[in-house]
Design a protein around this ligand. Structure first.
Ligand SMILES: [Zn+2]
Length: 167
């Protein structure tokens, strides 16, 4: 997809008492016909939106919303060029009896600062870079195994995603 401009409206602060957590609900407008999957991934590039949840978008009307649990975003127009793949560099080298084990590898980042293979749990993150080649064999293998899944394999999702509810 080519670049699209989305408008984020002023967030609505969620009801703390009712839901037990603070959150903000962000309504947005995007061009009708925009692919929802592309949009959900691309929105994560906007500062504050990396960990958005409960994404809903109706490609017929161009209206959507998502929820931010632990971050904030500035309302306004954003030009989205597409999802950006990030690679996480983790130094997993250790010294033992005078020998060095492990190495520095780059991994697929899933959540921000989290590698697909979980490498950050046993090493030190030394970098986070856009469009960096992935060198971790475990990340590659997991990515490859996921390729057999398509939309129809997710029982609890309605495709296309349902229209936004009025909150
Ligand atoms: Zn990895």
């Amino acid at each position: 997809m080519s670049a699209v401009t989305v408008t984020l409206h002023t967030p609505y602060d969620g009801d703390y008492a009712r839901h037990g957590v603070e959150f903000s609900s962000v309504h947005f407008s995007a061009p009708a016909g925009t692919d929802p999957d592309w949009l959900e991934l691309s929105l994560r590039v906007i500062p504050g939106c990396a960990t958005l949840v409960e994404f809903e978008f109706d490609p017929n009307t161009g209206d959507g919303r998502f929820i931010l649990l632990d971050s904030e975003v500035c309302p306004g127009d954003y030009r989205l060029k597409g999802p950006a793949p990030y690679a996480l560099e983790v130094d997993a080298r250790i010294q033992h009896n005078g020998r060095q084990y492990g190495q520095i590898l780059t991994h697929i980042e899933t959540d921000m600062w989290h590698a697909l293979c979980g490498a950050e749990q046993s090493g030190a993150i030394t970098g986070r870079r856009e469009n960096e080649p992935v060198t971790c064999p475990a990340c590659r293998e997991r990515w490859q195994r996921c390729q057999v899944y398509g939309h129809a394999d997710f029982e609890n999702l309605n495709w296309p995603k349902k229209a936004p509810s009025s909150v």
